[in-house]
Structures are given as C-alpha cells and as structure tokens.
Write a protein that binds this ligand. Sequence first.
Ligand SMILES: Cc1cc2nc3c(=O)[nH]c(=O)nc-3n(C[C@H](O)[C@H](O)[C@H](O)COP(=O)(O)OP(=O)(O)OC[C@H]3O[C@@H](n4cnc5c(N)ncnc54)[C@H](O)[C@@H]3O)c2cc1C
Length: 446
Amino acid sequence: MESKKVCVLGAGLSGISHALNKQGRGQEVTIIDRNNEVGGVLQSKKTQGYLVDFGANTLSLRSKQTEDFLKKYKVLDHAIDANLNCSKRFIVRNNKIISLPQGFLTFLTSSFLSPLGKVRLCMEPFISCRKNNSEDESMGAFVQRRLGKEALDYAANPFIGGIYASDPESLVLKHAFPALYEMENKHGSIFIGMIKGKKKNEKLSKSRLLSFKEGMQELPKRLAKSLIKPPILGFKIKEIKSNQNGQWWVRGESKEGNLFENLFDEVISTLPGHTLSEINWHGVNQDDLITTLTKATHPPLALTFLGFKRDQISHPLDGFGFLIPELEKRKVLGTLFSSTLFPNRAPKNHSLLTSFIGGERNPELCNLSDDEIIALSISENSDLLGISGLPNFAKVIRWPKSIPLPDHSMGQRKVAALKLNSQNKGLFFKGAHISGAPLPNCLNPE
Ligand SMILES: Cc1cc2nc3c(=O)[nH]c(=O)nc-3n(C[C@H](O)[C@H](O)[C@H](O)COP(=O)(O)OP(=O)(O)OC[C@H]3O[C@@H](n4cnc5c(N)ncnc54)[C@H](O)[C@@H]3O)c2cc1C
C-alpha cells in the first residue's frame, strides 16, 4: 500500500496521539504547531524551586487501552503515581473543610450530607429511569433526579466545578459521563451498575492517578520522541485549500514571516474548535459546518500557584485537595494540594497549593489584575486551611478559553465533524472539543 502524506495540525496531546497512530500505519506524518514547544494545554514550568502545571495536573489511568498506548511508546515507566493519601478528598461545607467519605461506614458518619440527604442518596436504585424524550438531560438534572438535590449541591456541583470549571446544568450527561448514562440505561441504577457492570477486560482492576517527574508536559514530550519526524514548531496555520487531485495545501507562517507550505493527502486538525475560524478554508464542501465546530463553550479560568513554608499551614494537607460548592458563596472553585499529590513540586519543607478561580460560576473574576487574583486566593486559602503569613511564591496563569464543555452543542459538533469528513475526503476534525477534554480521551484516538 502506498504511504500517504499526512499533516496533523496541533502538537497537543491529541495531535501527537493521532500522529503516532498514523505513523504506526506506515503513513508519513508532519505535525505543525504555532507554539514553540509540544504539549498545547500541558505546560509545566520550574520556577523558584516550585514545579507548576499551568494546564492539566493529573492523568487518570482507568482503561487498558490507555495503559497499552502509554506502554507502547515507553512512557508509562516514567510516570509517577499520586501519593496514597490522595484518595482522601475534601469539600467545604458551612465554611469548614470536611473529608468526603471513602467507604460506607465513613459515609454514615460523615457530615458532607445531612441525614435526610443520605437517605435520599441511598434510594437511588428505586428511582425510575429517564423518559425516552430526555436524551439530552443535563448532568444537574440527572443527579437531582437520581441522587437528590443535596447530592447535586454538595457533590456534583463542586465536582463539575473542579473538573470542567463549569456547572452541572451546562453539561449533557450522555457526552460528559457516558458511563453513567449507559449504567442507567442498562441497569436502571448507577449503584447497581457500579456493582454489576464492570467490563473487566476493558477496565484496569485498579485505576491510577499519574503525573511525571517534570510535570504533565513530560507526557507529550516523551510521546513526541517516538515520532520519526519531529514536529514543526512556531508556525501558525493560516490557510487550508483543496486541489483537483483531492489533496490538501497547508500554509503556515512564523512570527518572523517565514512560510511553511506543503501538499498532503490527509489533514487532521486537532486545533481547539474556537481557533478554526481564524483559518482560511478554501474548497471545503459544506464549509458552513466549520462554524458549528467553533460552538463549544470554553469557560474562562485563572489558576493561582501559592508556595508557603510547610509550618505556615495548620491543615495537614493530607489529601488531593478541596472543592467548594457554589452554595458556599466563595470565590475559589477549589485547591489542589500539589506538593502532597506528587514529589518535587515544592522546595524541602515547603508546600505548593494550586487554586482554580473563575469558570462558569464567576467568569468576571478572571478580569481582575494578577495582584487582585493572588490576594483573593491567599485570603480564601488562608481562611480555610489556617495559613499564617504571606506566600514566598505566588503566580497566576489565565486561560481565557479553558476546557471545551461537553454541552448541548457537543452532539452537533460530533455530527458536523463526521459530515465534513464524509464530504471532504482526507479532511478530519479531532481534538478535545470532539473527543472530550479528559486526557485519556485525547490519548485514545480512533
Ligand atoms: C486549566 C486546565 C486544567 C486541566 N486539567 C486536566 C486534568 O487534570 N486532567 C485531565 O484529564 N484533563 C485536564 N484538562 C483537559 C486537557 O488538558 C485538555 O483537554 C487536553 O490537553 C487538550 O489537548 P488537545 O491536544 O486536544 O488540545 P490543545 O492542548 O489545546 O492543543 C492544541 C494545539 O493547537 C495549537 N494551535 C492552535 N491554533 C493553531 C494554529 N492556527 N496553527 C498552529 N497551531 C495551532 C495550539 O498551540 C496547541 O498546541 C485541563 C485543561 C485545562 C485548560
């Protein structure tokens, strides 16, 4: 079979994974990215003795498919598991940090739900299933219907704030948590589904929470080492044009005005959906569908990184971190205990806290100045964790368009990507806005 020339747009995790898959099928692959480093959202920086992750902090390894992929490209040996303590997670209720239950006994004694809220949660297997006409049910409606209002307010709300910087009402269950959607369809209950429904050959017997010695960016950097052709960096894609032979002309430009121009048999875009409108598309059948691909909501998000001497913080930091329900009316969405999670995140006898601010809950906070964002993060963390004095390290990073949400436009986006491909041979639209944002989705291109 003749080897095809493939161009992958974007050197984030999706782009590198697609490139490796195509290369594995004997294709000649070129990746192009406008950044000067691979990784896209995955950016890890070492500064003043602290190692900070500007994007994703953890990779949740649950499936055999993801494990096989990481093993195949010799990445898994370099991964580090999160500290065992990190199975302990906290939420804030009535202005106090409380530990979430880790088993049935602790569930009974925990104050994370009221006695009535716990009874309602335990009734889940007896709740009737969704009606056929509610295919696009939101995560919020699903949790309230099956687990009750209190579980929505004190479990789903902070959890979705932490994962997607979003609200449960904005996410469509089927796209955001397909496993829960399937469980209800198949077993009529999520609890029964969890007990009965484990597909043993697909899921790992024990899930792992991973990062790398040099932070999450080490993942795309290590994967990229397996590419025969190193990614072409520092070139922004400006134009994609089809020709009469069914090939694709790709044109990019560097900041210095240097050009990248070449002809390919296939183009795979893994660019964030909202950037597709910045490119000139010529000769694309049904190019109006590209507008549909730009429709994902990306909430704005700011991250703060605060470093303290360990003895300034009275909380033991013995867990993953805490999340804050909206009802608590605070400004921070949650905080990761980064230096508990993984080693090398802070100098000896120091701690690193990573906090998330803004999101769909408080988007206006992302417009504050750096000093204001740091001040509010110090104030909220000090209040909740019992911190005395000021940090010796403080940094802010902003994502004006952070995670693409699996919202009501996701179904349309997926259909548009498929239609564009069927109408334009060799043109593919992939990436987090189509596959879903969690890293395993980006790592497992079909
Ligand atoms: C703050 C934050 C925290 C997160 N935390 C987690 C987490 O803990 N766990 C988890 O599983 N997931 C997390 N995610 C989600 C996950 O990190 C992303 O969904 C995933 O990394 C996206 O990868 P991607 O390759 O699809 O896109 P990207 O990483 O966005 O890559 C797209 C690439 O396209 C390039 N590009 C854009 N336009 C052009 C152009 N015109 N020309 C050339 N190149 C271009 C960009 O430079 C970029 O490198 C987080 C996301 C964010 C923002």
